[in-house]
Design a protein. Structure first.
Length: 311
């Protein structure tokens, strides 16, 4: 993988502004729209109220943008993987966004049907080449089997070694603790906290109750990629989510800990019941917890997964 070093932010909604200072009361500088991709220089942490901190991005023109309005991304291009298993192989988007065409790129009436976003994961089933000599992957989304075609340089295809778990620690006592009040998740082993992260749990108000259930659970199955569909819109553009990465389900009805590319407002209750975490955190949890999923499995069920305490 050849990595481009610049840092990028993908805008998550319309009417997002940069400011001349890292302060929403300052003068506005520029306006951005959904899916705009902006290079930035650095991240600043600004104290706010009651020990709360706000993250800002310093853009290349010297203005400032609130981090909660964007997805922070990398921008890496990849050599096409020349041999794809007919069982499918997992791939991860490594650019801010890529167009997923619902027809082959050679087709006369090419349709730009979806965007796949940085950090999302998808099952690829073949490699092709268009008339200009560019390689593309054939993607089958995992809910209805719809077919898409993406630029092969925009996705990293995982090797089996990258998806192989280390041997389980038979003597270790591992569990996850999800604190709904603090909106914080921790991983603990033998009584020691070894990972902590902000999160977003289920949204609820007087009219909508999508609250995350409380109690003691176990991880019951995992999916490294899932096309999720919702009937109620909580945040912007969250009704249909392609390639949600690294999902560890702890309720049979579909409640999971998973990566999130459609918002960056951890610490707020914004989900449909699941536990939204940053994508690197979801991936870490997916590999740290039991069950250990074989590399080519799209869904792996267990009766003895890692304990999850929600309170």
């Amino acid at each position: 993988m050849a990595t481009i070093q610049n840092r990028f932010a993908r805008v998550l909604k319309n009417e997002v502004y940069s400011f001349v200072k890292p302060d929403q009361g300052a003068d506005k500088a520029s306006e951005f729209s959904f899916d705009d991709v902006i290079p930035y220089q650095s991240i600043l942490t600004i104290p706010a109220f009651q020990n709360h901190q706000v993250l800002w991005l310093r853009l290349e023109d010297g203005t400032y943008l609130r981090a909660e309005d964007v997805q922070l991304t990398g921008n890496s291009l990849n050599e096409p993987h020349m041999q794809i298993s007919n069982r499918g192989q997992l791939a991860e988007i490594t650019v801010p966004l890529t167009i997923a065409y619902s027809q082959k790129k050679n087709h006369q009436n090419r349709v730009e049907d979806q965007h796949f976003y940085y950090g999302s994961t998808h099952w690829v089933y073949g490699l092709g080449k268009d008339r200009e000599g560019n390689y593309y992957y054939r993607v089958l989304e995992d809910r209805w089997g719809d077919e898409y075609y993406i630029d092969a340089t925009h996705a990293h295809v995982f090797s089996d070694d990258e998806l192989t778990f280390p041997p389980a620690d038979e003597d270790g006592d591992k569990y996850l603790r999800i604190d709904l009040k603090r909106q914080w998740i921790t991983a603990e082993e033998n009584g020691n906290v070894i990972m902590g992260s902000p999160m977003s749990s289920g949204y609820h108000d007087a009219e909508i109750n999508l609250a995350t259930p409380t109690g003691t659970f176990n991880i019951v199955y995992k999916r490294p990629s899932r096309h999720m569909v919702h009937t109620e819109e909580i945040g912007i553009n969250d009704l249909e989510l392609y390639g949600v990465p690294w999902a560890s389900y702890f309720v049979d009805g579909g409640i999971a800990i998973h990566g999130t590319y459609w918002h960056n407002r951890y610490g707020e209750k914004l989900s449909h019941g699941c536990i939204n975490v940053p994508i690197p955190v979801a991936k870490w949890i997916y590999f740290w917890t039991q069950p250990a999923v074989p590399p080519r499995e799209q869904k792996y069920v267990t009766q003895t997964g890692t304990r999850v305490e929600v309170f």
